[in-house]
Design a protein around this ligand. Structure first.
Ligand code: SF4
Length: 458
């Protein structure tokens, strides 16, 4: 077992027994579950909307090279600069180069999973640049020294009392502030940061090819401030965020809002298509878009797993997953958690280190049921298992156990051999991992075949 796998098992074992954690997560997910049906009411046919969105992403990903080049051409026409980064190191270096050229000592950041993926905050801090998270959930997590817990709601595992305690300890506020008061504290602290920062960094929910722009969707207005106040705006986005046309937002914005938080539309939806133009009063004087690969073309290379690049990061599959709900976001030890994280992380960060995530699933298919763009997530988890087996990344004991199981289940003679006691002993000994966390398997007195014969010969 790899170190990442044993860490995952250890953390999962602790978390799944933590009832306080389970209560908080289930409480927050239940609020989400109550709101999503209301958001869905805006669609005449929500399944058709999901199907259409999937088709648009299919087209975008099948023509990814052309779409990205079109984006670059169109974005450059309005003075924007596009940087292509093959991996995290290149992206970080490019960001640092821009920051150094601007004599930057502080940046403001809006919520972005890609910046988590490349560990931007710690990199900037190591280079003497303060990096401030401006999304409230991210701000809470940064204050607590923790990575986001969920791709949409970063502090989902914290109760309002936890946040009040954190602010009291870190910001020396009065204890037991209400959520409204806590928000006002964060707001006051952050205002000065926007004014002081030389560079603003955001992600992109969508990269739009035909108009050469990016779309950012958020509820707090902090991404707008991060993009508009500093003189330089850097966008960093995974190449899979591409959509062919601005008109596609008519379907993606409501879908993302409903499946992300149950809203009809997220509060602030912004299109940015370059730096400030002559005669415009606001906005940055320079704007960069960094298009990040960092393993995404590995996914593109596999015609089956490619579908995972359609993901719009709504987080619905996390909220629906029985594993996520029990072990939580941090146990995964990855930037992207839950079903989508288990599908893409082995391709982004190494199959050998992360293949165990494909086993962290009951294969119930709930993730596939709720996916905003109908990605066959549970089948992709099976595909990862298949790839791991093909690449010889399974233990000899596991190979032997499955060989034995296959042989036995294909042979009527073997299935009928032995009594219940012997079978129970054999199977429960062979699958030790099973009995460590579950009741032992208990065979019936008679095999199906024996029962069938008895029934039909009476
Ligand atoms: S895989 Fe589907 S449900 Fe999960 S985050 Fe992506 S779009 Fe949402």
């Amino acid at each position: 077992m790899t170190e990442t796998a044993s860490t995952f098992h250890a953390k999962s074992t602790i978390k799944s027994a933590d009832l306080d954690h389970r209560f908080k997560v289930n409480f927050n997910i239940s609020k989400y579950n109550n709101t999503v049906p209301l958001g869905k009411l805006q669609f005449a046919d929500v399944d058709l909307a999901r199907e259409r969105a999937k088709n648009i992403k299919w087209r975008a990903i099948e023509t990814l090279d052309q779409q990205l080049e079109d984006f670059e051409t169109n974005f450059s026409k309005r003075g924007g600069k596009v940087i292509w980064a093959e991996n995290a190191e290149q992206a970080l270096q490019e960001i640092l180069n821009i920051c150094k050229a601007k004599n930057c000592s502080s940046v403001v950041k809006s919520k972005s999973m890609v910046t988590e993926e490349i560990h931007l905050n710690s990199f900037l801090e190591e280079n003497g640049i303060e990096s401030v998270e401006t999304d409230l959930g991210e701000y809470i997590q940064q204050l607590d020294g923790e990575p986001p817990y969920h791709i949409v709601t970063p502090a989902m595992h914290k109760s309002k009392e936890d946040v009040a305690k954190l602010f009291y300890e870190k910001l020396h506020t009065a204890p037991n502030l209400s959520p409204r008061e806590l928000t006002l504290v964060a707001r006051e602290k952050l205002r000065d940061k926007y004014l002081a920062a030389q560079v603003g960094i955001t992600g992109a929910n969508f990269i739009i090819s035909d108009v050469g722009g990016i779309a950012v969707t958020e509820n707090e207005g902090n991404a707008r401030l991060s993009a508009a106040f500093p003189k330089t705006h850097i966008v960093i986005a995974g190449i899979e965020k591409i959509i062919p046309s601005m008109t596609d937002l008519a379907i993606f914005w409501p879908l993302l809002a409903t499946y992300g938080t149950g809203q009809k539309l997220t509060v602030y939806n912004t299109l940015l298509s370059g730096p400030k133009q002559p005669g415009e009063p606001d906005g940055p004087t320079e704007m960069y878009v960094i298009l990040l690969d960092n393993g995404r073309t590995n996914i593109l290379d596999n015609p089956v797993s490619r579908e995972s690049l359609y993901c719009i990061r709504c987080g619905a599959c996390l909220n629906a997953c029985p594993i996520y709900k029990n072990i939580g976001g941090h146990a995964y030890g990855t930037t992207y958690s839950g079903p989508i994280g288990s599908v893409i992380t082995p391709h982004l960060s190494g199959l050998k280190q992360y293949k165990h995530l494909s086993d962290a699933s009951s294969l119930c298919g709930n993730c596939t049921e709720v996916c905003a763009v109908k990605i066959n997530l549970h089948e992709l988890l099976l595909e990862n298992r298949y790839e791991a087996a093909e690449e010889g990344l399974v233990s000899t004991a596991e190979k032997f156990a499955w060989k034995l199981w296959r042989k036995a289940s294909l042979s009527r003679k073997m299935m009928n051999r032995g009594n219940k006691k012997i079978k129970n002993w054999m199977v429960n000994k062979a699958f030790k991992g099973w009995t460590a966390h579950r009741a032992p398997l208990d065979f019936a007195e008679k095999t199906f075949n024996q029962q069938w014969i008895e029934k039909h010969t009476k």
